[in-house]
Design a protein around this ligand. Structure first.
Ligand code: 1HE
Length: 269
């Protein structure tokens, strides 16, 4: 791993396929293996897991993006040929650990997508909290034609994002979706012009980083779990979380700011 650039403190070592940069309170993690279209090998997955397990305290949101013409071509297929069944299970579980660290970690993660967002690349994007797609982005699940299956949590996350029927279609027919048609279906939250993805993602991450930490925690950890649990448990969880967030001194300060006319109004631009 390279030492963190832009003057932030060194964070151990990253594999050469990952580059980290800190800009203020936002961390920027770049998939840096463009000659292999940012295909995810074991070292990269380990690097992702280690990074998200120990995001430095002064980083409040993270952006992930890819170097070159594509966000990520998915699993590094060259590592697959020699694996037996037990090693295959361990491999998939290593991806699960890494992507769970993203989805249920300490900080919200914004993905800036462009070019191929396919297979494991789409699984990685699905583990992030916000997805910004440049118009060049396209989504596919080539697993169907490669004789394999999703292994990075995609069979759990993608149906929740875009619906099970659509995931089945993508697997069986190799159907692809472009950025514009994908956005209303749930693949991304935002679509931006070519070249604008990273800047937009950083802008969003900076805004997210300025939220009260308890609000970010609740959005990341309570909302997805409430979508999965029964109604009564969800409502109870909501009451508890709501009281915890309100009780935080940061919330009290923000409420006072609004009542004393120091906070911006909520308007639609
Ligand atoms: C790779 C990979 C890869 C590129 N593993 N090496 N993912 C896929 O099935 C997608 C496979 N990739 C592609 O379809 C294309 O590479 C792209 C459409 C993404 C880009 O095309 P292009 O023309 O820009 O690049 P390229 O010439 O195909 O690839 C450049 C190099 O990257 C080349 O290596 P080289 O040594 O010949 O230069 C490719 O072999 C290499 N490369 N993609 C390994 N994926 C946890 S389970 C998840 C399961 C999955 O993710 S399955 C989906 C796998």
């Amino acid at each position: 791993m390279e030492a963190a650039s832009n003057g932030s403190k060194a964070m151990g070592t990253f594999p050469p396929s990952l580059h980290f940069e800190q800009r203020g309170i936002v961390g920027i993690l770049r998939l840096s293996r463009p000659h292999k279209r940012n295909a995810l090998d074991d070292a990269t997955i380990r690097g992702i897991e280690e990074f998200f397990a120990a995001v430095p305290d002064d980083i409040k949101a993270v952006v992930i993006h890819g170097e070159g013409d594509h966000f990520c071509a998915g699993l590094d297929l060259s590592e697959l040929t020699e694996r037996d069944i037990a090693a295959g299970i361990a491999h998939s579980q290593a991806w699960h650990r890494a992507f769970e660290r993203i989805e249920f970690g300490r900080v919200p993660v914004v993905a800036a997508l462009h070019g191929a967002v396919v297979g494991g690349g789409l699984e990685l994007a699905a583990a992030c909290h916000i997805r910004v797609a440049e118009r060049s982005a396209y989504y596919a699940l080539p697993e169907g034609s490669r004789g394999i299956f999703l292994g990075g949590g995609g069979s759990v996350r993608l149906p929740r994002l875009i619906g099970t029927a659509r995931v089945i279609d993508m697997m069986l027919t190799a159907r692809t979706y472009g950025a514009d048609e994908g956005a209303p279906l749930g693949f991304s939250h935002y679509v931006v012009d070519p070249g604008a993805g990273l800047a937009t993602a950083i802008e969003l991450a900076e805004r997210i980083a300025g939220n009260a930490p308890m609000t970010n925690f609740a959005a990341m950890h309570v909302l997805p779990r409430n979508a999965e649990q029964d109604r009564a448990s969800g409502l109870l969880m909501e009451s508890l979380m709501s009281a915890i967030a309100q009780g935080d001194p940061e919330a009290k300060r923000r409420l006072r700011d609004f009542l004393e006319k120091r906070a911006p109004k909520t308007v639609h631009r």
